[in-house]
Every structure is written in C-alpha cells, then in structure tokens.
Design a protein around this ligand. Sequence first.
Ligand SMILES: [Zn+2]
Length: 292
Amino acid sequence: MSDQEVRHLKDSTTTTTFRIHALQTGCVQIKLAQLRRRRGGPARVLVDHAWSEWFPIHAWAIEHPEGVIVVDTGETARTSEAGYFPRWHPFYRTSARINVAPEQEIGPQLRQIGIDPEQVRTVVLTHLHTDHAGGLHHFPNSEILLSGNDYRDAHGMLGRLRGYLPHRWPEWFSPTPIPFQSRTFGPFRQSHALTAAGDVTVVPTPGHTAHHVSVIAKVDGVNYFLAGDTSYNEALLVERIPDGVSPRAKTTVRTLETILSYTAEEPTVYLPSHDPDATQRLRNRQTVPPAT
Ligand SMILES: [Zn+2]
C-alpha cells in the first residue's frame, strides 16, 4: 500500500469519524490529445502519436459510519489478457495503455485496509468507462448507483461501439439509476444525498460522458470532490480545458465552470481519478486555489 495515502478525518462538532481512502488500481497512459482537447476532438486522439506519462487509476473508499461508500471500482488485471479489449475497436488498438497487477485490483486493496468488499454498502460509478467499472466483480452484494442515462448509453452493441465493455460486466450487474432530486446543491441544479447525515452527495457533472456524475463528501468544513474524469488534473480544471474525448466540449467546459463556482464558495479538495497529485492533496487537505 506504499503508493496510497490514507486520510483520517474527524468532525469535531458531530464526532463523526470519517475516512477517505485513495486506492490506486494500476496505471494508464493516454494520448496528449485526450488529456487536452485539440482541433478534431475524439478523432484527433486516434491519430495523435504523443503519449502522456503514466497516470494513476484511482478509486475511492469513504469509510462512513452509515456504511462504506466506494466511488468507482478502478481497472482489472484481466486487461493484460489477449483479447480482453475488442481488437476491432480503434481506441483500444491505438490510444490506451493499461497496466494493472492482480493485487492492485480494488478488492485486494480494500482488504489490505481492513474493508471487506462484500460488506461495502454502496458503489457509485462516476461513469462506465473500463478503468472505472473494471473492478465491479468485487462488489456482488453492494447497491451500485450510476446515472441511468449513462447505463443506457453504455449498454449493448451501441455501447461497445462507443468504447464501453458491457460484455465484461458481471452477469449480476443491475445498477440502480441515481434518483436525482431537483434540489440545488450550490451551483449544481440537481443532487442526491447518499447518507442520512447529508454529508455525502452525488451531483451531475456531464461532459467527459454525457451523464457523468461526481461525489462530494464534506467533513470538518472541507469538501472532497471525487471527480471521476471531469478533468484529468486540477490545472486543467482551473484553466477550464476540456478533454479530447468529451462528446461535446462546451458541456465539459460548462461543468468545469460549475465546479469552479462551487470551489470558489466552499473549500474543496479536487480529486480526479487520474491526477498524479490527487493523493498528496487528499493527505494535505489542499484545496483548489481561489480564481485569479
Ligand atoms: Zn472515462
């Protein structure tokens, strides 16, 4: 567990003990045209020859008194098996390199920190891309929440064409659509509370996928924004630069602006899945700097 950071947080007013664990389930390399959008968008990613550095694939565990909530499930070691990714799919043929050892999967990592994956109450998927849904098989007993529309887009042959791997989901996979309420949460128009205490909330953050969501856990006056792939790092958020695979770049930029208006009002540690600095910010409770 050397490359994981564990943050122990204590809310002194309610005496709620609340831990957020960063779990790194291997690494991924993407094209630079995916990291920052270039002219041509997703098509440009396929022909770009420039690779990024290796980025972490993070998932998160919120050890809450009401039960453990896992946000994203990371990637599986099975990705190294020949034929795991569809050979016919241009994205997997040209634009992604993934490296996961069996012990880096989320199940073994949770056990290492004393959490039995089969006891996890709720799993929230920010979206259904393989490096967020690859560890689903570790959670046969959990309620799995995700955007109902994201599930629809990822399902079936059309989903496979879009780059999802629905044929790799566990047979029992039958997620619950997030019952978003039209209740504002800061600048977010909809929200859904994941705890009775109201301190863990899921909000829509469309862009990277059309129905992507994020989870905000508030402890001791600080918000931990588990951001999935809203951007690949904090600098891209602050600079409002969309990624190269969002179906509509404008939607992504609008979401980045909404997140920034949230972080302007609320001290927020921004934790996207692939940011190499995310675990350090979690450990140091380092919030998004005020807008300049
Ligand atoms: Zn993604």
